[in-house]
Ligand binder design. Structure first.
Ligand code: SF4
Ligand code: SF4
Length: 159
């Protein structure tokens, strides 16, 4: 027969062990965030969907719609259109459609673009129940971001 006093002492020891572990965790630095109220900066090697890159001098997209990435993509998820603007030597991208439902994030398009006009974004906020939300026009997205950035800059310079 088990000694009840020994059992109580054992139980108390077990309780203290549990409390020690809980308190140890309680004072450790938190590694989680209160998503979606808080967000984190993803590391450089993170692969979100691809995005267009701007020329730092002109502010325009580097892409000139050569379609190399479109032909390289093994999943057929890129479609690029371009326009020849007056006075320009080569085309400028006017539509860059990405069907992210088919993208495997393989990186072939990024490697194929020798102009560095596309890269992986760090965007991870893509949850949706609507398939259409994953069909992205990256050119339109870039232009929208530009308008928002300019609006914020204007607001910030206001007296
Ligand atoms: S992203 Fe690069 S490879 Fe693709 S169309 Fe534009 S310039 Fe060409
Ligand atoms: S990462 Fe791969 S699958 Fe995705 S768009 Fe680029 S080439 Fe296509």
């Amino acid at each position: 027969m088990k000694n009840p006093i020994v059992e109580v002492v054992k139980g108390f020891g077990s309780l203290l062990t549990g409390l020690r572990i809980t308190l140890g965790q309680f004072f450790k630095r938190s590694v989680t965030v209160q998503y979606p109220h808080e967000s984190i900066q993803m590391p450089a090697r993170f692969r979100g969907h691809i995005e267009l890159v701007r020329d730092p001098e002109s502010g325009k997209p580097i892409c000139f719609a050569c379609k190399v990435c479109e032909k390289t993509c093994p999943s057929d998820c890129i479609s690029v259109e371009g326009l020849k603007l007056e006075g320009e030597k080569r085309k400028s991208v006017s539509e860059f459609r990405l069907d992210f439902t088919k993208c495997s994030l393989c990186g072939s398009c990024v490697d194929a673009c020798k102009s560095g006009a596309i890269r992986f974004s760090r965007d991870y906020n893509l949850a949706s129940t609507n398939r259409e939300d994953f069909i992205l026009d990256l050119f339109k997205k870039l232009e929208t971001e530009k308008v928002v950035t300019e609006k914020v800059a204007t607001e910030e310079t206001k007296p």
